[in-house]
Design a protein around this ligand. Structure first.
Ligand SMILES: [Fe+2]
Length: 586
C-alpha cells in the first residue's frame, strides 16, 4: 500500500511516499524549482516520489495533508476580526491564496494530479509528532513539538506508544516560543523562517551569562515563563498577530534601538540580544522537558517542529533533563510533516504495526554513473574517471589534504536542511585559512558562522565531549557539542567561538563511501575529520542534479567535483558561467 504525504503553502513544501510503512522517497520542492524554501504545491517532489517507485498517482491509496486548512482558516479569520482595522491590509493580501488553493486542496490534488482517491487532513502538530515518533527507534516515548504555529497550536506534548500518538496538552497562538525566536531573528535583521539558525550561531559571541547579560532580564519581560515550561507572551511587544512584520515599537524600545537593517554592522548589543534569546529558549525548553518527563514517566524523548533544529539547545538536553535517549526528525520543521502525515495514516489511522526506523536521511533522487557521464559528455565537460572506489577515495582524500575545496556529489540526496554526505562541500578543517577561503570563495556567508565538522561515529568521543552512547540525532547534525580543548586549535575552521562544533557523526553502514573518505583523509592528516558544508551558495537550495552541481562549482571557488566515479576540475573547464555573487543573499 502506498501513501503520499504532502506539506505546502506555508514554508518548505515537500512530498514523501510510504510503501507498506516504509519511507521509500521524500524530497523538498525547493530542490527541484531551485527556489529556497519554496512553498508551492510540491508537484516536482510528488513526481519524483512516484517515478522512484515506478508507480502512477492512482496506485496511491491515500494522499495526506499536513494540516487542517479549515481550522487554520478559522484562526486566521479570528485573528483579523480581533485586530480590525489594523489587520485589514494583511487580510486582503492573504485571502486570494486561501480561496484559490488552500481551502480547496482536495480539488487541487484531484485536478493537478488526476488523483481519484481520498485526501486526508491531519492536525499540524500531530503531523510533526508523527514525523518524529513513528520513524524513531523507540516503541514508547514522550513527544514534544515546538514550532511557530500550526492551526492554533504552537507547542504540544504527549506520548507515543507503538502505533498510537496522544498529544496531552498544548499552548496556542499567539503565544509561541517559535514566533518569539523568529521575532528576535527579524529584529536582528535576519530573514524569518530561514535564518533563525544564524541567531543561534551568533549567540556565543554575546554574553551567555544570564546574571550579567543586560538583555536577559529585558527579554524576560516579554515572556511569562512558568516552572512547568508553559508560557505566555506579552503581546504588547509583538505585532505578528495582525501585521506582516513581527517586533512592535515597544520591543524596539525595550531592546534599545530600531530593527537592524540586514547590511548594518552586528554590534555587541545585537550579539547579547541573540545570547539572551538563546538562554531563554533553552530555559523554556528544559523546564518543559523536565515537566514532560514527570507527566509521561518515559525515559525516551522525541522532538519535532522548527525549534527542533536548535542544535545548540539539543546538545544540552540529556544533561539538563532526566531523559536517557533522544530522537529528532532530521527535517524537523514543516518540510518533515509530509513524512509525519503519511506515517500517521498508515500506522495510527489504519492501525498497522510500525516496521521502519529512519536510520539515515538519504531519501532523495540519485543519478547513476551512466547518467552523470551522459550529462558531462553532452555538455563537453572535461573530466577523468576513477578506476575504482579505492582510487576515488585515495585521490579525493589527497585533494582535500592539499587544501582543495571539493564538491561531493554521491548517491541519494539528503532529506532536510543539512547536507550529510551526498550533496556536500568537503574540505580540510586543519588548514588555518579554510574558513576564510570557504566563506569568501564559495559560501559568501557571514564571517561569524563557523563550518560543521563530520567525524566517523567511532572517532567522535576522541574529539568531542558528546553524550555517550552518541545519540542518533548527531548523525543528522542536530546536536552541538564542545570540541575537546586539546583539539580546538588543530581544527580551527570547525571550532566555534565558544569551542563548540555542530558535528555530524557518520556510521559505516549509513554511507560507506563517505565514511571511508573521512578515514582515508585521517591517514594523511592524522585527524579523521572533514569540513562538511552544504553544496550550495548562500541563498540557493542544496544542489540536486549533476547540472546544479556543475553550475555551482563553476560559479564559485570549488576546485573539483567528485560526482559518481568522475572527477571534474574547474581549471580544466571554461571560465565561470554563473555569477554566484549575484545570488548570495537571503
Ligand atoms: Fe510547523
Amino acid at each position: 500500500m502506498y501513501i503520499l504525504g504532502i506539506s505546502c503553502y506555508f514554508h518548505d513544501a515537500s512530498a514523501a511516499l510510504l510503501k507498506d510503512g516504509v519511507i521509500v522517497a521524500a524530497a523538498e520542492e525547493e530542490r527541484f524549482t531551485r527556489k529556497k524554501h519554496d512553498t508551492s504545491f510540491p508537484l516536482n517532489s510528488i513526481r519524483y516520489c512516484l517515478e522512484h517507485e515506478g508507480i502512477k498517482i492512482n496506485d496511491v491509496k491515500y494522499v495526506g495533508f499536513y494540516e487542517k486548512p479549515l481550522i487554520k482558516f478559522e484562526r486566521i479569520l479570528s485573528q483579523h476580526v480581533d485586530n480590525f482595522p489594523f489587520s485589514f491590509k494583511t487580510f486582503i493580501s492573504s485571502m486570494p491564496l486561501w480561496i484559490k488553493e488552500k481551502l480547496t486542496l482536495t480539488n487541487k490534488v484531484h485536478k493537478t494530479l488526476g488523483y481519484r482517491g481520498d485526501v486526508l487532513f491531519i492536525e499540524h502538530h500531530l503531523a510533526h509528532a508523527a514525523s518524529t515518533f513513528l520513524v524513531s527507534p523507540f516503541e514508547k516515548s514522550a513527544i514534544l513539538t515546538v514550532d511557530g504555529v500550526g492551526e492554533w497550536t504552537t507547542t504540544a506534548y504527549g506520548i507515543g506508544d507503538k502505533n498510537k500518538i496522544c498529544l496531552m496538552k498544548d499552548i496556542i497562538f499567539p503565544h509561541s516560543l517559535g514566533l518569539l525566536y523568529s521575532t528576535i531573528t527579524a529584529y536582528l535583521g535576519f530573514s524569518v523562517n530561514n535564518s533563525e539558525y544564524k541567531v543561534m550561531g551568533l549567540s556565543p559571541y554575546g554574553n551567555m551569562n544570564k546574571e550579567t547579560n543586560a538583555y536577559y532580564p529585558k527579554l524576560m519581560k516579554v515572556i511569562d515563563l512558568k516552572e512547568d515550561g508553559s508560557y505566555k507572551l506579552n503581546m504588547e511587544y509583538f505585532v505578528y498577530d495582525h501585521a506582516d512584520k513581527m517586533p512592535s515599537g515597544k520591543l524596539c524600545n525595550l531592546l534599545d534601538g530600531p530593527v537592524r537593517k540586514s547590511d548594518e554592522e552586528l554590534t555587541q548589543r545585537h550579539k547579547d540580544i541573540a545570547a539572551a534569546l538563546q538562554l531563554i529558549f533553552e530555559e523554556a525548553l528544559f523546564k518543559a522537558l523536565n515537566h514532560i518527563y514527570k507527566e509521561t514517566a518515559c525515559e525516551n524523548i522525541v522532538i519535532a517542529g522548527g525549534s527542533g533544529l536548535n542544535s545548540v539547545a539539543n546538545g544540552k538536553i540529556l544533561t539538563n533533563t532526566p531523559f536517557k535517549k533522544i530522537w529528532i526528525q532530521p527535517n524537523s520543521s514543516d518540510g518533515g510533516t509530509s513524512i509525519g502525515v503519511a506515517s500517521f495514516i498508515y500506522h495510527s489511522i489504519l492501525g498497522n504495526p510500525r516496521n521502519f526506523v529512519m536510520k539515515d536521511a538519504y531519501l532523495g533522487p540519485s543519478f547513476s554513473d551512466e547518467e552523470i557521464k551522459k550529462f558531462l559528455d553532452n555538455n563537453s565537460i572535461k573530466y577523468s574517471e576513477f578506476k575504482d572506489n579505492k582510487e576515488l577515495l585515495k585521490k579525493t582524500a589527497k585533494l582535500i589534504y592539499e587544501n582543495n575545496v571539493i564538491g561531493w556529489f554521491q548517491g541519494r540526496m539528503e532529506w532536510g536542511p543539512r547536507a550529510l554526505g551526498s550533496r556536500s562541500i568537503l574540505s580540510n578543517p586543519c588548514a588555518l585559512n579554510m574558513q576564510e577561503i570557504l566563506n569568501l570563495k564559495v559560501k559568501h556567508r557571514e564571517k561569524f558562522r563557523p563550518f560543521a565538522p563530520v567525524v566517523c561515529e567511532d572517532d567522535a568521543s576522541k574529539y568531542f565531549e558528546c553524550d555517550t552512547p552518541i545519540p542518533a540525532p548527531t548523525d543528522f547534525m542536530l546536536m552541538v557539542y564542545p570540541i575537546k580543548k586539546q583539539w580546538r586549535g588543530k581544527i580551527p575552521a570547525v571550532t566555534h567561538v565558544d569551542g563548540s562544533g555542530r558535528l555530524q557523526t557518520i556510521r559505516r553502514n549509513q554511507n560507506p563511501l563517505y565514511y571511508n573518505l573521512i578515514k582515508e583523509f585521517g591517514k594523511l592528516s592524522k585527524i579523521p575529520i572533514l569540513i562538511n558544508t552544504s553544496f550550495n551558495i548562500r541563498g540557493e537550495p542544496i544542489v540536486c542534479t549533476p547540472y546544479d552541481a556543475y553550475k555551482c562549482m563553476m560559479g564559485t571557488g570549488i576546485d573539483c567535483l567528485v560526482m559518481g566515479k568522475y572527477l571534474i576540475k574547474r581549471e580544466d573547464n571554461p571560465g565561470d558561467f554563473w555569477d554566484s555573487e549575484k545570488y548570495a543573499n537571503d
